[in-house]
Design a protein. Structure first.
Length: 233
């Protein structure tokens, strides 16, 4: 059904605009758009010469790319926003409080996750406007919104010198959403370091966390990527 609709749509476009070239990018975007619909019809499909494709796995990877891209696109340097730290901090605290309220008031699901991703993206921008942002101190906060603010700051502006504290916070983080972005921040910090400079204790904590992430494929994939970058010592 889906493939038929896509094919019919392409045929209509060809008739209406015969000179229009449908390149590889267009085809790729059509495939990406069709993945959620195909996933409803099939759990997997066998492609000759490639093997079995699991649609849920494709959806998960696309979602991960979209989430990180959304956060990266709103990145803003510390010199391009407010110069008053008091006003900048007020903005960060308001977003942190908004995040906590969304968690408490909305039912768990894709809609809530999307809303929280939007708040995180705004935190990425807002935290960069605070000149004296002490991310290390906020990592131990009891306030989930302020911890998320610390992850957002370190995601935007990695600080390798606080890597150990960040890994401690991310591996102990009780909230899956916070942990997802905490681990993303870990990956950004590690990327800014030479592999041999990453403390062995950090690697061990990540390996231990990975062994406990049985049903959290998105977070496990982040840990795998980080460990691969340091050679999985």
């Amino acid at each position: 059904m889906v493939l038929t609709c896509v094919g019919a749509g392409l045929a209509v476009v060809h008739v209406l605009a015969p000179s229009l070239r449908i390149d590889g990018v267009t085809v790729t975007l059509l495939v990406v758009a069709a993945v959620p619909w195909l996933g409803e019809l099939f759990r997997s499909i066998e492609v000759p010469g490639i093997g079995r494709i699991e649609f849920r796995d494709i959806e998960r990877r696309i979602e991960a790319v979209q989430r990180t891209a959304s956060a990266a696109l709103v990145g803003d340097g510390p010199d391009s926003g407010a110069v008053d730290d008091t006003a900048a901090w007020d903005g960060v605290r308001q977003l942190a409080a908004e995040y906590v309220n969304v968690r408490l008031q909305q039912r768990s699901g894709q809609a809530r996750n999307h809303r929280m991703d939007q708040i995180f993206a705004r935190l990425v921008r807002a935290t960069q406007r605070v000149r004296d942002f002490d991310a290390a101190a906020l990592l131990g906060s009891q306030d989930a919104g302020l911890r998320l603010a610390a992850y957002a700051r370190l995601y935007a502006l990695p600080e390798p010198e606080v890597l150990s504290a960040l890994v401690d916070a991310a591996t102990r983080e009780p909230l899956p959403f916070n942990q997802y972005w905490g681990l993303q921040a870990v990956g950004r910090c590690v990327d800014d370091m030479e592999a041999e400079r990453v403390p062995p204790a950090v690697v061990r904590r990540l390996e231990d966390l990975r062994s406990r992430l049985f049903r959290a494929a998105d977070r496990r994939e982040i840990v795998d990527r980080v460990l691969a970058g340091v050679g999985g010592r």
